[in-house]
Design a protein around this ligand. Structure first.
Ligand SMILES: *[C@@H]1O[C@H](CO)[C@@H](O)[C@H](O)[C@H]1NC(C)=O
Ligand SMILES: *[C@@H]1O[C@H](CO)[C@@H](O)[C@H](O)[C@H]1NC(C)=O
Ligand SMILES: *[C@@H]1O[C@H](CO)[C@@H](O)[C@H](O)[C@H]1NC(C)=O
Ligand SMILES: *[C@@H]1O[C@H](CO)[C@@H](O)[C@H](O)[C@H]1NC(C)=O
Ligand SMILES: *[C@@H]1O[C@H](CO)[C@@H](O)[C@H](O)[C@H]1NC(C)=O
Ligand SMILES: *[C@@H]1O[C@H](CO)[C@@H](O)[C@H](O)[C@H]1NC(C)=O
Ligand SMILES: *[C@@H]1O[C@H](CO)[C@@H](O)[C@H](O)[C@H]1NC(C)=O
Ligand SMILES: *[C@@H]1O[C@H](CO)[C@@H](O)[C@H](O)[C@H]1NC(C)=O
Ligand SMILES: *[C@@H]1O[C@H](CO)[C@@H](O)[C@H](O)[C@H]1NC(C)=O
Length: 558
C-alpha cells in the first residue's frame, strides 16, 4: 500500500518537473508549441514556396534571434508577422491569430489574401495592423474595438462591407478604410472624426462627416438598395446608360449650340442693319446689372468653394452643414430631380432638404447666379428658398417646411379611407387663387419669353403650410436641370406646343395651370403629371381621341 502510494507520488512529481522543464525549454528555444502551430497553419494557407523552404526549424531563439522570414520575436514569443508584397494567396482563417497572444505587429499588406478579417479578441497587445491591398471581404470585426493599444489600422483597398464599428481608442493615430465597399453612417466618435476624408474615400455608401455626403439621403438610398439587390443592379445599369446618354446629348447640345450661335449672329446682323436691335440704355443697364451681379458672386464664391451652407434669407436662424448632418431626418419621397428630406434641427427649426441631381454642368458662378435668381422671386405664395449648398459632389436646396403637405396628396390621398382630409370647394378655390398669384408674380419678374418661369407646375408642387396658405415649390428649376431630363420630367415639356413644335414659353405655365384647375375641379389625376407607376387620365386633351377615351375610362372607374 505504502510503496505503491509512494511510487505514484514520485511519478507525479517527476511528470510535473519534466513538464515544467519542457515548457521552459519551449519558451526560450522558440518551440512555443501553439504559436508555432499557428504559424505553420498560416504557412499552409499561403502555400508560398519561399516560406515553405524558410519557415522550418527553430522560429526564434531567446530575445533577439529570428530564423523565420518576417517573424518578430521577443523572449521566444511571436510578437510580429510582417509579410509584405509577397503575392501571398489563400483564404486566411478567422481564428488564425487566436493562439498568438503576444502579437503586437501584423502586416500582410499588398498580397492577394482572401477571406474574412481575423478575430482579434485574443491579441490585446496589437498596436499596428496593416492588411491593406488584399482581397479581404466581410465586415470589420467588433473585436478590434477592444484593442486598447491599437495605433494603426490600415484596411484600405480590400472588399470589406458593412458598417464601420465605433472605434473610440484614443491610441488610434492612423486609420484608413478607403476603397472598400463599406456603408452606413461613420460613427461620431472623437477618434473616427479625427481622420480626414481620405481615410474613408472610395466607399460609395458611406455617409456623414467627415465625408461630404449627407447621411440621411445616402442611407435612404442604400437602404432601398440593400432591400432590393435587383434594383441596385438596375441602378448601376441605369448609371451606365445615363453616362452614354449624357455623352450623346452633350455632343448634340454642342452641335445645336453652334447652329444657334451662327443663326443668332446672322439675325443680329440683319436686325442691326434694319435698326431693330436694341442698343443704348437697355443694353448698358444689363451690362451694369451684370457687373453688380458679378461682384456679388465674387464675394460669394469663396464661401461656395469651401462647401458651406449659403443663406439667401436674411432674417432667419443660421446653422451649419454639420447641424444639418446631425439633424434627425425623414424622407419625404423621391422628387423628379432628387430626393427630399425633412430635417429637424437641434435648434428646433424644421427645413426641407432637396438634393439636386441631373443638373446641367454649371460652373459654381453660373449655379450661384441661377440660385440667386430663384431666391429673388419673393412672394407670399412662393415657397421661399432658405439656403443652398454647393460642392462638386453635392448640391442641396433648403426650403421652408410646409406642414400640411401637398395638394396632390390632399386631393387624391386616402381615397375611400378614413384618413382622407376633406378638401372643400372653398379651399380648392383658395389654392387656385394662390397659385395664380404666385404664377403672375413669377411671370412679371421674368423677361425671357422663351422659358417657362415655373416650368413644373403640378399639384404635387403646390404645398399647404400650417395656416393652409398655398405655397408653390420647384419654380425656376428649368435653368438648372439638364435639358433631356427636364424634357422627360417637367410639366412644361408635356404641353401641346412642345409636343408639336418644341416650343417652351410663358404659355407653357398657363397650360399647366389650366390642367391644375381641371385636376382641382374633377379630382382626377392627370396623366402628364402623375407620379411614376400611377396611371392618370388625359385630362388636358393633348390628343383629342385619346382624351375622350381617358375621360371615359375615368368615368367607368369612379
Ligand atoms: C490554439 O491552441 C489550442 C491548444 O491550447 C488548440 O487546441 C487550438 O486548436 C489552437 N487553435 C488554433 C487556431 O491554432
Ligand atoms: C500549392 O501551390 C502549388 C503550386 O505552386 C499547387 O500545385 C498546389 O496544389 C497548392 N496546394 C494547395 C493546398 O493549394
Ligand atoms: C529565412 O530567411 C531569412 C532572411 O531571408 C534568413 O536570414 C534565414 O536564415 C532563413 N531561414 C531559414 C531557416 O532558411
Ligand atoms: C513592431 O514593428 C516595429 C517596426 O517594424 C518595431 O520597431 C517594433 O519593435 C515591433 N514590435 C514588436 C513588439 O515586435
Ligand atoms: C467584392 O465582393 C463582392 C461580393 O461581396 C463580389 O461580388 C465582388 O466581385 C468583390 N470584388 C472584388 C474586387 O473582389
Ligand atoms: C469605447 O467603447 C467601448 C465599447 O463600446 C466602451 O466600453 C468604452 O467605455 C468606450 N471608451 C471610451 C473612452 O469612450
Ligand atoms: C459591394 O458589395 C455589394 C454587395 O455586398 C456587391 O454586390 C458589389 O459588387 C460590391 N462592389 C464592389 C466594387 O466590390
Ligand atoms: C488611404 O488610402 C488611400 C488608398 O490607398 C490613399 O489614397 C489615402 O491617401 C490614404 N489616406 C490616408 C490618410 O492615409
Ligand atoms: C424588389 O423590387 C421588386 C419591384 O421593384 C419587387 O417586386 C420585389 O418584391 C422587391 N424585392 C424585395 C426583396 O424587396
Amino acid at each position: 500500500m505504502v510503496p505503491s502510494n509512494f511510487f505514484s507520488f514520485l511519478l507525479v512529481i517527476s511528470l510535473l518537473a519534466s513538464q515544467k522543464r519542457a515548457t521552459a525549454k519551449d519558451d526560450s528555444s522558440g518551440f512555443h508549441g501553439n504559436e508555432r502551430d499557428a504559424l505553420l497553419a498560416l504557412k499552409a494557407t499561403f502555400n508560398n514556396s519561399f516560406l515553405d523552404s524558410n519557415w522550418t526549424g527553430i522560429m526564434c531563439y531567446l530575445n533577439e534571434k529570428t530564423y523565420w522570414y518576417g517573424i518578430q520575436c521577443f523572449n521566444g514569443r511571436v510578437t510580429g508577422i510582417i509579410l509584405e508584397n509577397m503575392k501571398l494567396t489563400g483564404e486566411i482563417k478567422e481564428d488564425a491569430l487566436v493562439n498568438l497572444t503576444e502579437l503586437s505587429n501584423i502586416s500582410l499588406k499588398n498580397n492577394l489574401i482572401s477571406g474574412k478579417l481575423m478575430k482579434f479578441a485574443n491579441n490585446p497587445k496589437l498596436r499596428n495592423i496593416d492588411l491593406s491591398s488584399n482581397k479581404f471581404h466581410g465586415e470589420i470585426p467588433q473585436s478590434l474595438l477592444y484593442l486598447n493599444s491599437l495605433e494603426a489600422l490600415l484596411l484600405q483597398d480590400n472588399n470589406l462591407t458593412g458598417p464601420i464599428p465605433g472605434f473610440n481608442q484614443s491610441s488610434l493615430k492612423s486609420f484608413n478604410v478607403s476603397r472598400n465597399n463599406l456603408s452606413g453612417k461613420i460613427p461620431e466618435t472623437k477618434t473616427l472624426q479625427s481622420f480626414g476624408f481620405t481615410s474613408y474615400a472610395g466607399n460609395e455608401n458611406l455617409c456623414g462627416p467627415p465625408t461630404p455626403i449627407l447621411c440621411n439621403a445616402k442611407n435612404y438610398v442604400s437602404e432601398s438598395n440593400s432591400e432590393n439587390l435587383s434594383s441596385k443592379s438596375n441602378g448601376s445599369h441605369f448609371i451606365e446608360i445615363l453616362v452614354v446618354v449624357n455623352v450623346v446629348v452633350l455632343v448634340v447640345i454642342l452641335f445645336l449650340f453652334i447652329i444657334y450661335y451662327k443663326k443668332y449672329k446672322k439675325l443680329k446682323k440683319e436686325m442691326k442693319a434694319k435698326n431693330l436691335w436694341p442698343k443704348d440704355e437697355e443694353h448698358d443697364s444689363t451690362i451694369a446689372d451684370r457687373a453688380i451681379e458679378k461682384k456679388a458672386i465674387e464675394k460669394r464664391t469663396p464661401e461656395v468653394e469651401r462647401g458651406k451652407l449659403v443663406f439667401v434669407e436674411n432674417n432667419q436662424p443660421r446653422f451649419e452643414l454639420d447641424d444639418l448632418l446631425k439633424a434627425s431626418a425623414e424622407g419625404l419621397g423621391k422628387g423628379n430631380f432628387g430626393n427630399c428630406y425633412k430635417a429637424m434641427l437641434e435648434i428646433g427649426q424644421v427645413v426641407v432638404v432637396k438634393r439636386l441631381i441631373d443638373l446641367k454642368p454649371l460652373s459654381s458662378e453660373e449655379f450661384v447666379r441661377q440660385v440667386r435668381a430663384i431666391a429673388n422671386q419673393k412672394h407670399p405664395n412662393l415657397l421661399p428658398l432658405l439656403a443652398y449648398y454647393y460642392s462638386k459632389d453635392e448640391k442641396l436646396f433648403l426650403y421652408r417646411f410646409a406642414a400640411h403637405g401637398n395638394v396632390y396628396n390632399r386631393l387624391h390621398g386616402g381615397r375611400g379611407t378614413r384618413d382622407r382630409i376633406p378638401f372643400r370647394w372653398s379651399s380648392r378655390l383658395a389654392v387656385a387663387r394662390g397659385v395664380a398669384r404666385a404664377l403672375e408674380h413669377l411671370h412679371q419678374n421674368t423677361r425671357s419669353q422663351t422659358t417657362a418661369p415655373h416650368g413644373n407646375l403640378k399639384s404635387s408642387n403646390v404645398l399647404l403650410d400650417e395656416n393652409e396658405e398655398t405655397l408653390i415649390s420647384d419654380y425656376g428649376l428649368t435653368s438648372l436641370i439638364a435639358l433631356p431630363i427636364a424634357a422627360q420630367r417637367m410639366v412644361a415639356y408635356k404641353t401641346p406646343e412642345y409636343q408639336s413644335h418644341k416650343l417652351i414659353s410663358k404659355k407653357s405655365d398657363v397650360w399647366s395651370y389650366g390642367c391644375l384647375l381641371l385636376e382641382l375641379l374633377t379630382g382626377r389625376i392627370p396623366a402628364h403629371s402623375a407620379p411614376p407607376g400611377i396611371n392618370g387620365v388625359d385630362l388636358c386633351g393633348v390628343g383629342p381621341p385619346r382624351g375622350e377615351r381617358g375621360v371615359d375610362g375615368g368615368d367607368i372607374r369612379s
